[in-house]
Design a protein around this ligand. Structure first.
Ligand SMILES: Cc1cc2nc3c(=O)[nH]c(=O)nc-3n(C[C@H](O)[C@H](O)[C@H](O)COP(=O)(O)OP(=O)(O)OC[C@H]3O[C@@H](n4cnc5c(N)ncnc54)[C@H](O)[C@@H]3O)c2cc1C
Length: 594
């Protein structure tokens, strides 16, 4: 997204700032007249999520004594993450007259790149950013809010925004409360795609599939402990969910193969050149734009801590803003869409002690605090101990390497330079195989023919997650394995692709493979398992109504997405969570409108 923001402050600014010594390369010091800056407009780049190839560019205008305005372009940032965070930071820096402020949660790359570029400008203007202490905001005490709507939705992730749009389409007044500063939650992180069966895209591409086959794959993948009625609903409504996404301008037309699926059913977005895009940022961008178009208000920085109940019926919620104001929303229906608890180590250890110390792929706001306020009103829960670890996680920062890469042809190679399993087995099984290898890690390898059509892989390389190796010799060096052994492994895999047969590990689905990995350069990343998805959660029925511990519906209360349990059973298949949030987000929005 290309975006320009200009914040022009009017009136005379009377800030008391520390005197600074300029240390910007070759810049002049401000004249010794009490001035803080050498007035002017300065430009600089900072490295954000788009890497050095697509930096954040800022233009900072300063007077003698104040930061007057900041304009930026940030085409390389994810629109719904960094792209949404930078305008907030512009406001904050101008208000604080300092860059010594917190970045936006879960937009760390973008925040750091923005601060880097602004600091560069301030140095050019002769100031030392380290010495510019943040100015007290002096704003009036935060005001409490009390409002009434037909429907209040808690959480602006995929499920919450889908439910809100659906309720609005049904003519209801709707508000969303979101604890983060930007929308998206874990939904923004979804990279691979959305599973759906018997869609018009599959038919157009001659892919045979059915809700029944999708149901069977999901039950099998979830070790048959899933709630069959919920899985059946998801499978049967998945094709209509794809149609609904078409209707809001979010087509998922490319279809790939994901682990545990009998056929190609993982639907993905593509750009104007046909390159595959990350599904999460694409959907969050379209869902949040649709919310805005339909006039749905989202109150950000507002964390809900209580469901209001009268005569056993949910009648609203209470929350608090980051600056301490109380927010009370009265509503006929309440939809809880707060996601899972993958970023809450205490809850992870409580429900699955053996996962102590594992890194997490989740957004930091995904802490599962809804469990407590749902428990308070007697809601029932299922499968909370079912926590998925994902086999391909970068250990230094929890970055996920999408499963779709393996579906498209990536292989996993161990510390001895050898493949060790069918890479398309379910996540729990592949994770167990990785944990059994020397050092409990593996390398995931793709080649030029997979890199070129995939913006996802290109982004991994840009962000330094994957390393480019010109030759197999370079790849062996990176992986610290014997070049001869690695060459044999790659040649053997190319043979498997040619013969459509993998005698060692019986991997199949050659139709979905984009490359036989015989085309240098190669791209590789070292991975190991990390916490990825919390399959358990609050109990719902097929109308997305929340069920209490006595087995009764709690009137007025609905839930959708990762906060719920039952759809994924003991193991979630890649691509099923996005389908879950669209299908059950739609159902929750419809039920909440009745
Ligand atoms: C790295 C990664 C990659 C993934 N890739 C895929 C994929 O390719 N395909 C797939 O199907 N699934 C994928 N998933 C899983 C999928 O993204 C999530 O399960 C799904 O998006 C969850 O959607 P949701 O709307 O339920 O929750 P979220 O999108 O997590 O949204 C929940 C929102 O609620 C807010 N919130 C939480 N508590 C409160 C509170 N008390 N008050 C107010 N707001 C609150 C959060 O801040 C958040 O914005 C991936 C997950 C991760 C982490």
């Amino acid at each position: 997204m290309k975006r320009i923001s200009a914040i022009l402050m009017s009136g005379v600014l009377a800030f008391s700032l520390c005197a600074c010594s300029g240390n910007g390369g070759g810049s002049e010091k401000p004249a010794d007249t009490g001035a803080v800056f050498k007035a002017g407009t300065y430009e600089a780049d900072g490295t954000g999520y788009g890497g050095s190839g697509s930096p954040i560019h800022v233009k900072v205008t300063v007077s003698d004594t104040a930061i007057e305005s900041i304009e930026f372009t940030a085409a390389g940032e994810t629109p719904t993450v960094g792209g949404a965070a930078i305008p907030l930071l512009v406001d904050k820096v101008v208000a604080a007259q300092s860059t010594k402020i917190d970045g936006v949660t879960d937009a760390t790359f973008s925040s750091n790149g923005f601060f880097e570029s602004v600091n560069d400008c301030l140095k050019q203007a002769g100031a030392d950013p380290e010495k510019l202490e943040p100015k007290e905001s002096g704003s009036a005490e935060a005001k409490d809010v009390e409002e009434t709507y037909d429907v209040v939705v808690v959480g602006a992730g995929g499920a919450g925004m889908t439910a809100a749009i659906t309720a609005k389409e049904n003519g209801k007044s709707v508000i969303i409360l979101e604890k983060a500063a930007v929308p998206g939650g874990n939904s923004s992180r979804a990279t691979g795609g959305m599973n759906a069966a018997a869609t018009h895209y599959q038919k157009e591409q001659n892919i045979e599939d059915s809700p029944e086959l999708y149901y069977q794959d999901t039950m099998k993948g979830g070790h048959d402990i899933n709630d069959p009625a919920l899985v059946k609903t998801m499978a049967e409504q998945s094709s209509a969910a794809i149609d609904w996404l078409d209707s809001i301008g979010a087509p998922l037309s490319n279809i790939g193969q994901a682990g545990g699926a009998s056929t190609k059913r993982q639907h993905r977005p593509v750009d104007e050149n046909g390159k595959i895009l990350s599904v999460g940022t694409f959907l969050v961008e379209h869902l949040s734009a649709t919310c805005k178009d339909k006039g749905i208000e989202t109150k950000f920085n507002t964390r809900v801590d209580k469901i209001l109940v009268e005569d056993g019926k949910a009648v609203g919620v209470h929350g608090k803003t980051d600056d301490g104001a109380n927010v009370t929303i009265h509503a006929k229906s309440v939809v809880i869409a707060t996601g899972g608890f993958g970023s809450n180590p205490d809850l992870i250890v409580k429900y699955k002690p053996e996962l102590k110390g594992y890194v997490s792929t989740n957004a930091s706001t995904i802490t599962g605090h809804a469990i407590a306020f749902l428990e308070d009103i007697g809601a029932d829960f299922v499968d909370l101990e079912q926590i998925q670890i994902h086999p391909t996680v970068v250990q230094k920062d929890g970055s996920l390497i999408s499963e779709s890469l393996r579906g498209d042809g990536a292989i996993l190679v161990n510390a001895e330079g050898k493949r060790f399993c069918n890479e398309l087995l379910t996540r729990d099984v592949v994770s167990a195989h990785v944990n059994e290898q020397t050092g409990s890690y593996a390398w995931l390898i793709v080649d030029k023919n997979m890199y070129e059509p995939s913006t996802v892989i290109q982004k991994y390389v840009k962000n330094g997650l994957m390393t480019e190796c010109a030759t197999i010799a370079d790849l062996a060096k990176l992986m610290e394995v014997d070049e001869k052994v690695l060459t044999e492994t790659l040649n053997k895999w190319t043979e498997c692709c040619k013969n459509q047969k993998d005698p060692d590990f019986e991997r199949g689905n050659y139709d979905a493979i984009l490359s036989d990995l015989s085309h240098a350069p190669y791209y590789a990343v070292k991975i190991a398992p990390g916490i990825h998805h919390t399959m358990g959660g609050v109990k719902i029925n097929t109308n997305a109504e929340v069920i209490d511990v006595k087995g009764n519906v709690i009137p007025g209360l609905f839930a959708a997405g990762e906060v719920t349990g039952g759809v994924h059973g003991g193991n979630r298949l890649g691509g099923n969570a996005v389908c879950d949030f669209v299908v059950f987000g739609r159902i929750a929005g419809t039920s909440a409108s009745k």
